[in-house]
Design a protein around this ligand. Sequence first.
Ligand SMILES: C[S@@+](CC[C@H](N)C(=O)[O-])C[C@H]1O[C@@H](n2cnc3c(N)ncnc32)[C@H](O)[C@@H]1O
Length: 436
Amino acid sequence: MNSVKRNIKSISSETLNGKNYIRNDFARNILNYPAMMVPSVQEPIIEKLSFALKDNVSMIDPFMGASNTLVTGMKYGMNVFGQDINPLSLLISQVKTCIYNPQELYEAEQRIVSLINSDESVSIEISFTNIEKWFTKNIQIELSKIYRAIRKEPVLKTRKFFWLAIAETIRLTSNDRTSTFKMHMRPIDEICLRQVSALKTFKSIIRRNIKSIDEYINVLESNGCLNNGSYIKTAQVLWGDSSSEIRTNNTFNLLVTSPPYGDNQTTVTYGQFSYLPLQWIPREDIDDAISIDYLLKVQSIDSNSLGGQIKEKIKDVEERVFEKSRTLGKFINQFKGGERKKAEKVTRFINDLDTSIDKILPKMENNSYLVWTIGNRNVNKQVVQNDSILKELFTHKGISLFTDLEREISNKRMPGRNNFSNMMSKEKILIFKKPF
Ligand SMILES: C[S@@+](CC[C@H](N)C(=O)[O-])C[C@H]1O[C@@H](n2cnc3c(N)ncnc32)[C@H](O)[C@@H]1O
C-alpha cells in the first residue's frame, strides 16, 4: 500500500467517530449551522494530505456550509476557497475566514450595547408576511433596537460579525422551534409562558463569539499563519450555485467537502433554517452579487439547492444519469406509481450533484485529492447508496477511488425530531485522486 494511503488508513476509529472532539471549539461556536462537519474528524485527513502535498496546499469546499473545513485548512496555512448557495452560510464563512482584531470587537460591542440601552423607540424595522406569527411584539421591538445599533457601525466587516450574532439571537428567541430545521411554530401556550429576551441573548452571544475569535486568532498566530495581523495566504468565500459555476479562476490541489445527502426539502432544510435570520440582515451587508430572490418564499433557498428544481423531463434525466450510475438505476427501477414519483427527487439530486462535479473537476490540478464525506439515506424504506453512486459518477469521469474511511455520525449535528431519522448512522469518507 502506498504510504499516503497507509497514513490515512491509520487514523483511529475513535478520532473518526469524534470520540475526542471538542464541542466548543471556535469552528463550531460561532453559529450552530445544520449538519456541520466535526473539525477534529476532518483534521487528521487534512493534515495527512497536506503532508503528502508538501504543505503547499490550495483547498476548495464547493458546499462550504459553516466553513469548518476552510477554518481547519487555515490552521494549516492553506489557500482556501469556498462557495455555497445559502446567503447565511456565506455570512458565517465571511466572519469565520476573516481575521478580526478582538480589541476592536470589544470596542464595537461597547458602542452597540450603549446604543441599544439608550434606545427607547418601539418602532419595528422589518416587515414581512407573517412576522407576527414568528416573533412576539416584544422580541420584534428588541430585535429592532439591535438592528438599528448594528446599522450605525461604520465598518462592514464589524457589522458582519454582529449580524451573525443577531442571526443566532433570532434562532433562539423567535417562535420557531429549535428542535427541527423546518419552520414549525411553537404551541401558543408555550409562546405565552416563554421568558426570553433578545437583548440578553444577543449580549451573551457576542461575548461568547468574541472569546471564540480571540482563541482562534491565537491558534493561527501560534501556527505561524499570521503576519502583521493578516492571514499569510488567501481565504476567499463566495455566494454561488456550484451546479452552475465555481466562481474562481484559481486551481486547487485539495478538495474537502460534505455535500447534502439529498434535496434539501426531504433531508436538511438549510434554507428554512436561515429564512427568519435572513429577514433581519440587510442583503447589501452580505453580498450584492447574490442572484436568487432568497426571501421570496420560505422555500426559496431550498428549491434553488441541489435537487430542488425541475429543469427538464425526468425521462431525459434518468437516461443520462442511469448510464453513469447503475446503482441509482437499479434503485429507482424497483419502484412504481407514487413510490417512483417520490424517488424521482433522488435522480434529480444526483443529476445536480453530477453537474457540480463537472464544474469542479476543471478547477482541480492533476494529482489532486478530493475528499467527499457522504452518507446514505432511506427513501420508500429502501437505502439510497449515495456512497456507491458517488464512486460510479467519478469512475465514469475516469477518476477512481484512492481510499476510503467509515465513521459513525452520532456527533454530527442533526435535528432531534424531523425526517432525518430516515438517515443512516454511518457515513463514508471517499478520497479520490485526479490522475495525471
Ligand atoms: C452538509 S452542508 C456542508 C457542511 C460543511 N462542510 C460544514 O462543515 O459546515 C451542505 C451545504 O451545501 C449547500 N448547497 C446545497 N446546494 C448547493 C448548491 N447548488 N451550490 C452550493 N451549495 C449548495 C447547502 O446550502 C449547505 O450549506
